[in-house]
Design a protein around this ligand. Structure first.
Ligand SMILES: C[S@@+](CC[C@H](N)C(=O)[O-])C[C@H]1O[C@@H](n2cnc3c(N)ncnc32)[C@H](O)[C@@H]1O
Length: 241
């Protein structure tokens, strides 16, 4: 089990507390929080598969948009000894909670320095590291197209050649937005999807849907090619520069 709490009661209490924390932050700022509940276990597991697939290899891993740590808790046990994890979170209350998670995690006892929590926007992350795996929880469909492009370009810049990025998108958000929001909002949403399609066409190596997640979500896996020194920025479909 990914939770380190041993008794089922404590694990349930932890999940309930997490659910409330998430809901409160969503009520404060739904645009940045991007969901009303943390990711379920199946989604967290799929997002972190590239780390598990690397077996005993020592990796540098970046998690962006960690929220209450649903994916962080799946990542920590998957890290081989000597690996390093940077966790970046825009919300200060979530970041404080993530620091508590890292301090208390038994698998990190004596090695907590291998996981660092940064309270920052990932596109402004100041790091000299490059990464073998990046796991993104960012709510792209709430962003402006230019911000999505800035984040994706930063991810590709931070990835080592051959490195893997995973991120997810909830299913059905486009239709929901078209039915419930202004035309401008629906247009923005479509433009974000077009930007993401550009990166998927260039770099995608896999796509899976987790129907059991609430709401169901599609996970995308992208790989930075081995032979490109620097990724070329994606041009949104139907757009010109
Ligand atoms: C949809 S939640 C995902 C949380 C968690 N990864 C999960 O799966 O349960 C998105 C998270 O991204 C954070 N976030 C939004 N924009 C961000 C940015 N530019 N940089 C870093 N974190 C960001 C939000 O504060 C929120 O915690």
């Amino acid at each position: 089990m990914d939770d380190w709490t041993t008794s089922p009661d404590r694990a349930l209490a932890q999940r309930n507390a997490e659910g409330w924390t998430f809901l409160i932050e969503a009520a404060r700022d739904l645009r940045t929080t991007g969901a009303v509940a943390p990711s379920g276990r199946a989604l967290a597991r799929l997002l972190t598969d590239p780390v598990r697939a690397s077996g005993a290899a020592t990796l540098d891993v970046l998690e962006a948009g960690a929220g209450t740590g649903a994916v962080t808790r799946a990542l920590i046990p998957a890290l081989a000894p000597g690996s390093r994890l940077d966790v970046v979170e825009a919300n200060g209350r979530f970041a404080a909670r993530l620091r508590g998670l890292v301090r208390a995690h038994p698998l990190l006892a004596g090695a907590a320095q291998s996981v660092r929590v940064h309270h920052a926007l990932v596109e402004q992350l100041d790091t000299r590291r490059s990464y073998d795996v990046i796991v993104s929880g960012l709510p792209f469909t709430n962003f402006a197209p230019a911000q999505v492009e800035a984040v994706m370009d930063r991810y590709l810049e931070l990835l080592r050649p051959g490195g893997t990025l995973t991120y997810f998108a909830y299913r059905g958000t486009r239709l929901a937005r078209a039915l419930t929001s202004s035309r401008a909002e629906a247009r923005r949403h479509r433009a974000v999807e077009d930007v993401l399609t550009g990166y998927q066409r260039r770099y995608a190596t896999g796509r899976w849907t987790v129907w059991s997640n609430l709401p169901p979500a599609t996970v995308w896996q992208l790989r930075r090619p081995l032979d490109t020194p620097r990724p070329t920025p994606a041009v949104p479909v139907g757009a010109s520069r």
